[in-house]
Design a binder for this molecule. Structure first.
Ligand code: E4P
Length: 217
């Protein structure tokens, strides 16, 4: 499963990239606001830092304007995936951008039927929001299971990009189901490295090693 970071914070992206485990980045208008930097400046910097896809989200609601925005975003770098909303206008734009060979991430997906439409529109990525689904009393991971089943039934190559990830259990469940990508905050990715038995085990080895008086270097 690929790991994307869901942030527009270049410092977090650099830290995650230094692990060698980062496969891409997703951003959205709220994350751009949080980063407090000019859109094109920050997206260009992220796209230069990361080898994999970097999602840049359009903001228009109508197809014609959204397409112009998408084309402008795609000019930033070869690894830009234009993000469009899961609306009729968004899917028209998805189809038009894909016809030009541009990667498209269809966002704000909350049902398996919506995911089916996105795949039919040729989306490179579908972003179902599991955390926001959980927030309103549904099971976000059930949605991922349904989308996996439907995409496999018909051999769609749209990648399932699990979004709105809040904690390591979302990531574990995504991997169990066979999602292609999980996009997560840096805080959630960092938690994956930790286990109390690893910490305790290391402390025990440190203590015993110090008692031997040996040195490796
Ligand atoms: C994904 O592409 C979205 O930007 C993101 O995962 C939304 O997450 P949130 O529900 O934590 O805002």
């Amino acid at each position: 499963m690929k790991f994307f970071l869901d942030t527009a914070d270049i410092t977090e992206i650099r830290e995650a990239n230094a692990t060698g485990l980062l496969d891409g980045v997703t951003t959205n208008p709220s994350l751009i606001k949080k980063a407090g930097r000019e859109f094109f400046e920050v997206i260009s910097e992220i796209a230069a830092e990361v080898d994999g896809p970097v999602s840049a989200e359009t903001v228009a609601h109508d197809h014609e304007t959204m397409l112009l925005e998408g084309l402008k975003c795609a000019e930033i770098a070869k690894n830009i995936a234009v993000k469009v909303p899961l609306t009729m206008e968004g899917l028209k734009t998805c189809k038009a951008l894909r016809a030009r060979g541009i990667m498209v991430n269809v966002t704000l997906c909350f049902s398996a039927n919506q995911a089916l439409l996105a795949a039919k529109a040729g989306a490179s990525f579908i972003s179902p929001f599991v955390g926001r689904h959980d927030d309103v009393g549904f099971d976000g991971m059930e949605l991922i299971e349904d989308i996996r089943l439907i995409y496999d039934n018909y051999g769609f190559d749209t990648e399932i990009l699990v979004a709105s990830v809040r904690h390591p259990t979302h990531i574990l469940e995504s991997a169990r189901i066979g999602a292609d990508v999980a996009t997560m905050p840096w805080s959630a990715m960092q938690k994956l490295f930790n286990h109390p038995l690893t910490t305790n085990g290391l402390a025990g080895f440190d203590k015993d090693w110090a008692a031997t008086g040996f040195s490796i270097l």
